[in-house]
Design a protein around this ligand. Sequence first.
Ligand SMILES: NC(=O)c1ccc[n+]([C@@H]2O[C@H](COP(=O)([O-])OP(=O)(O)OC[C@H]3O[C@@H](n4cnc5c(N)ncnc54)[C@H](OP(=O)(O)O)[C@@H]3O)[C@@H](O)[C@H]2O)c1
Length: 195
Amino acid sequence: MKTTYYTATSLDGFLATADDSLDWLFSLGELNESSYPEFISGVGALAMGSATYEWMLRNADKVAAETGSPWPYTQPAWVFTSRTLPAIDGANIQFASGDVRTVHAAMRAAAGDRNLWIVGGGDLAGQFYDAGLLDEIIVQIGSATLGKGKPLFPRQALYPALKLQSVQQMGSGMAELRYQVQNPVQSDSAPNAPA
Ligand SMILES: NC(=O)c1ccc[n+]([C@@H]2O[C@H](COP(=O)([O-])OP(=O)(O)OC[C@H]3O[C@@H](n4cnc5c(N)ncnc54)[C@H](OP(=O)(O)O)[C@@H]3O)[C@@H](O)[C@H]2O)c1
């Protein structure tokens, strides 16, 4: 079982514009022609932050038109927030806050031998990284720059650096890079956190 941060980013390292728009992304590639169908088939549980969830709420009609449901995931999902947010009818969602290690244990239990997907945003993926719980980053780099926005991964992954495992071109709009996260220590402590 792997814990993977799987996402798309602009070339200059942003997941979304500063006002949480993803419109820039959709002209660059087609989800169903990417690695996504194979990736999601191996996912047993997923986690996202509240801004990502609120994008789903705001775009429920669009998501439903494309996938047949306002919540396209069948896997159990955890949404991190310190606030009370509306649920989506029929979605298997739990709201969570605080230490990602507690949620990671619950995700593992729910996922069986399948993988865990950290959907984003970048700081939430960073919290899993800080806790030594992130195994892999798969990132589709779009052929566009945004100048500013929501960061891909606001952390230093330097000592050790990430290990590049594959590079795949997806037309002229995207390139997919896969990285193994190298954690020096796997324990209950936070090996990647700043001292
Ligand atoms: N390009 C892509 O493929 C892609 C992928 C994923 C996301 N996105 C987009 O990128 C943007 C990401 O937004 P973002 O960077 O703000 O990240 P986010 O992770 O979606 O949301 C961040 C918020 O989640 C809550 N949160 C995070 N960790 C928490 C914790 N441990 N305990 C309690 N609450 C916690 C906090 O809000 P509150 O406590 O105030 O609720 C925090 O401000 C969104 O627009 C999303 O749609 C794009």
